[in-house]
Design a protein around this ligand. Structure first.
Ligand SMILES: Nc1ncnc2c1ncn2[C@@H]1O[C@H](COP(=O)(O)OP(=O)(O)OP(=O)(O)O)[C@@H](O)[C@H]1O
Ligand SMILES: [Mg+2]
Length: 411
């Protein structure tokens, strides 16, 4: 009945998960705000979505772009930037594909064929100096100009919006490349196109263009320190938080009420159900982490073959997942600079009511809270791991569970 190949859970895969939870504010920002405004020619900043590993940044924007693509929008695939790679190459390559979709390749205007040729050079050579020795525009302005042409084509065809998704932006370590990328996208976002409305009235309209950048929290520093105010004016940054338990419960509710449809042996649809106890156990193990939620769900599915996922299935499945769950949290802790790590570990050792800045500082060997104030601030504002308050609390619940309880060991 329950077969491994039928599992709807997808830990770690780079697809839109079938069992989707929460993220309503971000989805609604796209559907009800960003898309309609840009379609109406109004300015709206690009979006930068940051968060610790496994919080669902890539999945969120993948979901938006697949919705957009289904609605007929022109969408780049998720442009994942490997460490140290040249982002302009990736973006240029993707824009050439969109330009094709927009019918620009068939254009006979000399200006457009020349533009396409210069973007082809960027796709081949990127931001590299050999490229800059060539005559013609700087790589970033070639990209901006192509984006503008694609935007004009979208306006002429009257319904699509162009969505660009650059993922793993923290890997753009080359200052010049980052600067060119942000300038190219930012210039296209702020471009104004004269437009004649029905009835003959003239306005200056923004292009139907949306940009999503996703990556680890470090990117805020990189872009902030180097690009400062310009970046902030052109991109709006959101730090993703863990998913609320209520949203995780709701995501599993279809298993409890009507069952999850799977193909039976004789071609009939069959359904896999979940006991409410199993539903709550999965949510408890997940600590708000979407990756752990998928992991616990998958292991519970694999733990038996009957038509009902039980709480025992969840616990015995989790037994095999413990090391992976621990690895997930350790990856986050291991990336922290030593003082930040010491801060969260000290917090964890203290009784929840004692977690004031002064007490944390004292236990870290300082006299005054101000000595570790900036560390606490980074862990809150930049990483979303703690919440400053009186007392400080953990926002990253899996980190808290790992440091303060036996989790992930539940036996
Ligand atoms: N809203 C969601 N509901 C349910 N599962 C989700 C949701 N978002 C992400 N997931 C699952 O969580 C896991 C991690 O998601 P994703 O890869 O998007 O995270 P990420 O933040 O991009 O991580 P990384 O920093 O490692 O790239 C995936 O298995 C994905 O299926
Ligand atoms: Mg990702």
């Amino acid at each position: 009945m329950r077969k491994a190949i039928d599992s709807p859970f997808s830990p770690g895969s780079d697809t839109v998960p079938h069992v989707w939870a929460g993220r309503t504010p971000q989805l609604s920002d796209w559907r009800d705000h960003l898309r309609p405004r840009r379609m109406a020619g109004l300015h709206e900043r690009g979006r930068t979505i940051l968060g610790e590993a496994g919080l669902g940044k890539s999945s969120l924007v993948r979901r938006l772009t697949s919705e957009a693509s289904a609605a007929g929008d022109w969408v780049t695939p998720q442009l994942r930037i490997p460490t140290g790679a040249d982002p302009l190459k990736r973006v240029a390559g993707a824009l050439l594909t969109v330009a094709d979709q927009a019918g620009l390749a068939a254009a006979r205007e000399k200006k457009i064929t020349e533009l396409l040729r210069s973007v082809e050079r960027v796709a081949a050579a990127g931001v590299s100096s050999s490229m800059r020795e060539q005559p013609g525009p700087e790589p970033y302005s070639a990209l901006t100009n192509l984006l503008i042409e694609i935007g004009r084509a979208a306006l002429r065809q009257g319904r699509s919006i162009i969505v660009i998704h650059v993922d793993e932006v923290q890997n753009i370590t080359d200052d010049a490349a980052l600067s060119q990328l942000l300038t190219a996208l930012g210039d296209a976002l702020t471009h104004e196109e004269p437009l004649t409305l029905p009835g003959g009235r003239q306005i200056d309209a923004a292009l139907p263009l949306a940009v999503y950048l996703t990556g680890l929290p470090e990117f805020a520093d990189m872009a902030g320190a180097r690009k400062g105010a310009t970046f902030a004016r052109r991109f709006q940054t959101t730090m993703l938080a863990p998913i609320e338990d209520d949203d995780l419960i709701a995501a599993l509710q279809p298993f409890v009420t009507e069952g999850w449809p799977v193909a039976g042996d004789d071609g009939h649809d069959e359904r896999v159900f979940m006991e409410p106890d199993a539903q709550h156990a999965i949510v408890e193990l997940a600590c708000g982490e979407p990756f752990l939620f998928q992991l616990a769900g998958e292991r519970a599915w694999y733990a038996g073959t009957s038509a009902i996922i039980t709480a025992e299935d969840v616990m015995s499945g989790w037994d095999d997942a413990r090391y992976e769950a621990e690895g997930h949290v350790l990856r986050i802790l291991d990336r922290l600079p030593s003082r930040e790590r010491q801060f969260v570990e000290t917090m964890a050792e203290l009784d929840p009511t004692d977690r004031t800045l002064t007490t944390i500082a004292r236990h870290m060997g300082y006299e005054k809270g101000t000595a570790v104030g900036p560390t606490g601030q980074r862990l809150d504002r930049q990483r979303g791991i703690v919440t400053r308050g009186k007392p400080y609390t953990f926002r990253h619940r899996a980190v808290e569970a790992y440091l303060t309880t036996d989790w992930p060991d539940m036996s």
